[in-house]
Design a protein around this ligand. Structure first.
Ligand code: BG6
Length: 474
């Protein structure tokens, strides 16, 4: 009673947090290149501060990141050494279409990823490719206002079609949009949206969400037309909400907050808007333009599998005064006294992963894929540069046990597991390098200093054994 022999084990990264080379090979700029470090980052990410040019006084970690642009051969060799049979990565939209809507794609950009996929295949590693991971070309933001504009659907679908054609036979597993529900929390990161005074923010966000949902369905349809063996997934920023107390209104709040995320997956996996969302639009007087053709598109192309990230659970209450004990997270959450926290206040909850898997499987009956999970922690190398990251091993061990239980005891269908930031990279929320997730240490600090040298941590050998034993030896 273990995991199936074809279970996919590996790690995950995203272009903007790893590649660097933001102006190399004809690449254009995108939203994520413009996220500074420091206090402005959260405001820019939330669409509350317009910063569509690099400011001299700010530092932009994505510019170089860990320079995977030049190190990918070395990095893939290390992933292969750990025994990965899957590697999740994302394409940079503006590396392929520098303006997002160019007449023809940038050959140098296409070639860059082709070489990566061939290198992965050489090592028998299956690529799992996110088409847009917090990635909107800057030109589409300046010219069209990002995803709030319906025209983004066509631009995205043209981009998706280009990559499905070009990488046919090289890539089989695709994710359309990373953590699609982040759009509601960080509209600039999730959708390239900058708010103006007087904007109806809820309406803009849900209209942008609709455009992404239609674009995702059209891309799914194209992927299947171009190669019927393609498998396309949606991607949710997961982690359930617990009621702070057993007061019924707290439980109701938890249901409602779960639905903020499920809303997207309900549409992508079931092909239609859930009633609770339509009622919400009505109740809050949000006018969302959804055409009958859009409804047909959504119904025609549900995703093949449901993927999600899982770092922590969240705790919510219907009573604002309970939030005095809030904990750090993108989603508002009260501190859960039953759980330990990471140094960034994310609450560590392995059983929450098993519960999330069960909830998602009950709801969709589609294969699941955990495409992000891991511990962001401060690593301190010893005098030889070695990091003994037992805390990371402990976190991952417990989460792997939890998903094994979901599979072997509860019967959940799980395709694979890719840990987040298998090699240290730039943190999305803070822009820090010091918030590290990797099995491989990268010598670079929060100010961009360092040699970029790669060094295996203790967890490297540990994960290698986990994979070799198909999760039996933890
Ligand atoms: C997810 C994102 O939100 O969480 C990743 O898909 C991100 O891009 C990850 O890096 C962890 O968050 P952070 O802020 O610790 O990097």
């Amino acid at each position: 009673m273990g995991l199936s022999d074809d279970f996919l084990w590996g790690g995950a990264t995203a272009a903007n947090q790893a590649e660097g080379g933001v102006l190399a090979g004809g690449r254009g700029l995108s939203n994520v290149d413009l996220l500074p470090t420091g206090p402005d980052r959260a405001k820019v990410a939330a669409g509350e501060l317009e910063m569509l040019e690099w400011q001299e006084y700010s530092f932009y970690p994505a510019q170089t990141a860990i320079d995977m642009y030049h190190h990918y051969m070395e990095d893939i060799a290390l992933f292969a050494e750990m025994g990965f049979n899957v590697y999740r990565m994302s394409l940079s939209w503006s590396r392929i279409f520098p303006n997002g809507n160019d007449e023809a794609p940038n050959e140098e950009g296409l070639l860059f990823y082709e070489k990566i996929f061939k290198e992965l295949r050489k090592h028998q590693i299956e690529p799992l490719v996110t088409i847009a991971h917090f990635d909107v070309p800057l030109h589409l933001i300046k010219e069209f206002g990002g995803w709030k504009n319906r025209r983004l659907i066509d631009f995205y679908v043209a981009y998706a079609e280009t990559v499905f054609q070009r990488y046919r036979g090289l890539v089989k597993y695709w994710l359309t949009i990373n953590e699609i529900n982040i759009l509601l929390h960080q509209p600039f990161v999730g959708g390239g949206i900058v708010f103006k005074e007087g904007d109806n923010r809820q309406e803009i966000k849900y209209q942008a969400a609709h455009h992404q949902l239609v674009a995702s369905a059209l891309a799914t349809q194209k992927a299947h037309e171009i190669d019927p063996t393609n498998q396309v997934g949606c991607m949710l920023a997961g982690g359930s909400h617990y009621p702070y107390t057993c007061r019924p209104e707290d439980y109701q709040e938890a249901i409602n907050r779960d639905r903020e995320g499920y809303f997207f997956i309900d549409v992508q996996a079931r092909g239609k808007y859930p009633n609770y969302a339509l009622k919400k639009f009505e109740r809050e007087d949000l006018t969302i333009k959804i055409t009958p053709e859009d409804e047909t598109i959504l119904a025609a192309s549900p995703v093949d599998f449901v993927s999600f990230s899982y770092y922590c659970s969240r705790t919510v209450s219907a009573h604002p005064e309970d939030y005095a004990q809030a904990t750090g997270n993108l989603f508002p959450s009260i501190k859960n006294e039953h759980l330990p926290s990471t140094e960034w206040g994310w609450q560590i909850d392995p059983l929450g992963l098993r519960n999330s898997l069960n909830q998602l499987y009950d709801r969709y009956q589609k294969p699941l894929f955990i495409v992000e999970n891991g511990l962001g922690a401060i690593d301190t190398p010893d005098e030889n540069g070695f990091v003994a990251d037992d805390y990371r091993i402990d976190y991952l061990k417990k989460h792997i046990q939890a998903f094994k239980d979901a599979v072997t005891i509860d019967g959940v269908e799980l395709l694979g597991y890719t840990t987040w930031g298998c090699i240290d990279l730039v943190a999305a929320s803070t822009g820090q390098m010091s918030k590290r997730y990797g099995f491989i240490y990268v010598d670079r600090d929060d100010q961009g200093n360092g040699t970029l040298k790669r060094t295996k941590k203790k967890s490297f050998e540990w994960y290698k054994k986990v994979i070799a034993s198909n999760g039996e030896v933890l």
